[in-house]
Design a binder for this molecule. Structure first.
Ligand code: PLP
Length: 374
């Protein structure tokens, strides 16, 4: 509602400037009604790893506050950070020496790039396909639908099983001669469950088409969850048939906002992501992803936090998150009329009504009440 109001408002352009104190005071006041994430009142919007990590992210961001990743020859520092982030992420996510990737501004951009790459890969390798299609579970993130709209690829949705994982038989039946890409999530956001990536990717491989694992929320957590001894099914680039994977640094990578990675099994695949303009009077203009100007701060902060935490730091944080998740789930299951409805691998889970332990509890009213307690 507020959003609509804002769009309709006409504000005169400020005729004179205000003092820095006035500007900052107005901004502090504007935060009054924001969700109190500092008090643990926000889910999924802010991934806070404590004051020390926050301080590091702020310092690293400030160091590269003005730098621009648009031109890597002007800023070899940013190129080094990006190359190393991609390389570290590839090691974590089953990539070998052929793997290649890009740092993007977020999960959405990573998914846009995966779909754009598949479309351009198909234009070259499957020129007979005039109306490309991609197969995705109904639980896949809406950014795929956005990508399909942007890049002219048709979405073919498949249902999920009773446990909310993608229906493998439905995926197999959905393949046509126009299919260029199949998708699975690790995990999907709505219920927090990992799709049967191995089985889905095998179908893609059989048909010689591409497969993307959306590990935006899980990419920097599942590998550590597994190391801690919890069961995690295979989902990454080491799985036969998986050709690309996305993982958000600004989620469980605990980086500053505006950072994700898209990784491909081979550098050859990544070539289809690249854009180059050669006829512009301004000169040759190459660009790896959606943006032109690319802020240096999120890249610098992501590099900083990966090196600051290391595997041991991520394992400690993951352990904390998993223990907190179990406490929350036990609390939900012990509440009459409520239960955790899925069997998730990590920290994202869905709550539903449980008529067998109590009636009259509507999850939507409960969500409204919880929001009021912010
Ligand atoms: C968060 C998320 C995205 C989108 O990422 P943004 O950073 O919000 O653009 C995509 N897929 C999954 C599974 C996610 O959890």
């Amino acid at each position: 509602m507020n959003h609509v109001k804002l769009l309709r408002m006409t504000l005169p352009f400020p005729s004179t400037g205000k003092s820095k104190d006035e500007v900052l005071a107005a901004m502090r006041a504007a935060r009054d009604h924001d969700v109190q994430w500092q008090k643990g009142r926000a889910f999924s919007l802010v991934y806070h790893a404590g004051k020390e990590v926050d301080d590091l992210l702020k310092e690293a961001s400030l160091l590269f506050f003005s730098e621009n990743g648009l031109n890597p020859t002007a800023f070899p520092s940013l190129r080094k950070f990006e190359t190393e982030i991609v390389s570290m992420a590839a090691s974590l996510l089953g990539g070998d020496d052929n793997a290649a990737g890009t740092v993007t501004s977020g999960g959405t951009e990573s998914l846009l790039m995966a779909v754009k790459t598949a479309r351009d890969w198909a234009r070259k390798n499957r020129p007979e396909i005039k109306h490309p299609e991609m197969i995705l579970p109904i639980t896949a993130h809406p950014a795929f639908e956005k990508a399909a709209e942007y890049f002219g690829v048709k979405t073919v949705y498949i249902p999920v099983w009773a446990d909310y994982r993608a229906d493998v038989d439905a995926a197999r039946k959905a393949v046509t001669t126009n299919t260029i890409l199949m998708i699975g999530s690790a995990p999907a956001y709505p219920h927090g469950v990992v799709d049967p990536i191995r089985e889905l990717a095998a179908i893609a491989q059989e048909h010689g088409i591409l497969f993307h694992t959306d590990a935006c929320v899980g990419g920097f957590m599942l590998p550590f969850v597994r190391k801690l001894g919890y069961p995690v099914p295979d989902f990454d680039l080491s799985v036969s048939g998986v050709t690309s994977i996305s993982a958000d640094l600004h989620k469980y990578g605990y980086a500053a906002k505006g950072a994700s990675v898209i990784l491909y099994k081979t550098a050859e695949l990544r070539r289809h992501q690249m854009f180059v303009s050669i006829n512009w009077p301004g000169g040759i203009y190459p660009s790896p992803s959606m943006g032109g100007t690319r802020p240096g701060a999120p890249i610098a902060a992501a590099w900083a936090v990966m090196n600051y935490l290391g595997e041991s730091g991520y394992l400690e944080l993951t352990d904390l998150v998993m223990k907190a998740t179990r406490r929350l789930q036990d609390g939900v299951n012990a509440t009459p009329g409520l239960k955790v409805v899925s069997n998730p691998e990590m920290s994202v889970f869905a709550i539903g009504s449980n008529p067998s332990t109590g009636s009259g509890l509507d999850v939507y009213s409960l969500a409204d009440e919880l929001t009021k307690h912010n």
